[in-house]
Design a protein around this ligand. Structure first.
Ligand SMILES: O=C(O)CCC(=O)c1ccccc1C(=O)O
Ligand SMILES: [Mg+2]
Length: 293
């Protein structure tokens, strides 16, 4: 197969604020194998390879690539990009969760019924009050998820879970650091509100390790950084994992491949409602995306 690649940069309409700080430009790589497309979107702070690693891998690739070469790729975001290019089929629509910016109403009008809010950015009392105010406004049948990106202490996590148990929150995502696994496991058994692991399970190897250590709560799966889709599919099926599939801000190319896996493997609304965060590279036509770079 003839291989080509094109790096891209995509600016957020407004920077995304998380516990890690602000994110203003997404960098990735579109790849092409004959007439099939794939996408590489590293997320180094989640433990994937860096953008530099991915570029170097693409630069060192032969012009004519075969399956053996693809199977030897050592990096998870590259594994996803190449293998999903081989297998790009059609995808099925799934209910989507919108990553909230300021306004939920326009997202509601676009059809979203599940929303996700980043927390652990401001002091906890302020954030709990904000979430309460939001719940007071949202229609009863809306779902709300909270994502702390590892930013809470154990006592703050208790505080949030107590609040969530009194309200209607679907889950809290990655409340604490990955080295606090045992504490999160204990907390997941103490409250009605579920905990979803995200940073703890960003690659398939980590996901397997958390399963083996006893995690039976929700697993956030970011297929674009999880490694070979074929291996991910096999593990999720074998163990009937309760999963939420989630974007790392791919273009439509990586996103379709992720949604296709989600439709096969997950029951929950997918965390791919993020197109409102970008003005550029929003086309749904792969050829057009490719040509624009
Ligand atoms: O999962 C979603 O609903 C939206 C995507 C999201 O929050 C995200 C996007 C890029 C990197 C990290 C994260 C995250 O879940 O922490
Ligand atoms: Mg998360």
């Amino acid at each position: 197969m003839q291989f080509e690649f094109r790096p891209y940069q995509r600016r957020f309409r407004q920077s995304l604020k998380t516990h890690y700080g602000e994110w203003s430009v997404r960098e990735g790589i579109l790849i092409r194998l004959d007439d099939r497309f794939g996408e590489i979107t590293p997320l180094e702070w989640f433990g994937s390879e860096s953008m530099q690693d991915a570029i170097e891998l693409c630069q060192s690739a032969p012009h004519d690539i075969d399956l053996d070469w693809i199977q030897q790729i050592p990096f998870p975001a590259c594994q996803f990009g190449f293998e999903s290019a081989l297998n790009s089929e059609q995808f099925q629509a799934m209910p989507q969760s919108a990553l909230m910016s300021d306004e939920w109403r326009s997202l509601w009008d676009q059809g979203y019924r599940t929303f996700k809010l980043k927390i652990a950015i401001a002091p906890i009392e302020i954030e709990i009050a904000t979430v309460q105010a939001l719940l007071d406004q949202l229609p009863q049948h809306a779902n709300l998820r909270l994502d702390a990106n590892m930013g809470l202490t154990e006592s703050e996590t208790h505080q949030w879970l107590e609040f969530c148990d009194q309200s209607r929150i679907e889950f809290i995502e990655q409340p604490m650091r990955t080295d606090q696994f045992e504490t999160m496991l204990k907390l997941s058994q103490m409250y009605r509100t579920a905990i979803a692991l995200d940073e703890s399970v960003s690659t398939l190897a980590q996901l397997k390790a958390c399963y083996e250590r006893g995690w039976r709560g929700i697993f956030v799966v970011k297929p674009a950084i999880a490694g070979f889709p074929s291996q991910l599919r096999q593990f999720c099926r074998e163990h009937q994992l309760d999963t939420v599939f989630s974007t790392v801000f791919e273009t439509e190319i990586g996103r379709r491949a992720g949604l296709q896996l989600a439709a096969e493997l997950s029951q929950r609304a997918v965390g791919y409602g993020t197109t409102h965060w970008f003005d550029e590279l929003n086309s749904e036509d792969f050829e057009e995306l490719w040509k624009s770079l």
